[in-house]
Design a protein around this ligand. Structure first.
Ligand code: CA
Ligand code: CA
Length: 138
């Protein structure tokens, strides 16, 4: 991603978090030697994303060169939703990633994740930005 594309992604997170108390983070690295979902869980903990009050952090993980990605949500989310909860978001991302549209995949994926989260974790008036919106890189 270029610098300005990164800013668009950060902005998408900021906007999505205006609809939900859930916290979305993006981690991008070149490749992964393990399954993307396992790596996503690893990074999730490295970034201390389990420290949100409602345990409603979500990581969108991309291994750019490997063209792999995963979405992992914390316990608070998994307690409330079905296992196919992220499928819509994954499909949207996959369609864009296939076309090499990495930025679009992230922006649309974040929008979708925000909408999904809103149903279970609506925005609270006293909301805090518990996790940084900046992209994390491996
Ligand atoms: Ca928040
Ligand atoms: Ca945030």
């Amino acid at each position: 991603l270029t610098k300005s594309e990164e800013q668009e992604v950060v902005e998408a997170i900021r906007v999505a978090e205006k609809n939900t108390s859930g916290e979305i983070r993006v981690h991008i690295e070149k490749e992964t030697s393990i399954a993307p979902i396992d790596r996503a869980v690893e990074v999730f903990h490295e970034l201390k994303m389990d420290l949100t009050q409602e345990r409603n952090g979500v990581i969108i993980y991309i291994a750019a060169k490997s063209k792999l990605f995963a979405i992992y949500g914390d316990k608070g989310i998994n307690d409330k939703v079905s296992t196919d909860f992220w499928n819509t978001t994954k499909d949207i991302m996959l369609n864009h990633l296939k076309n090499g549209e990495n930025k679009l995949a992230l922006v649309k994926g974040i929008e979708s994740a925000g909408k999904q989260l809103k149903k279970y974790f609506p925005y609270q008036d006293d909301d805090k930005d518990e996790l940084s919106n900046e992209i994390s890189k491996g």
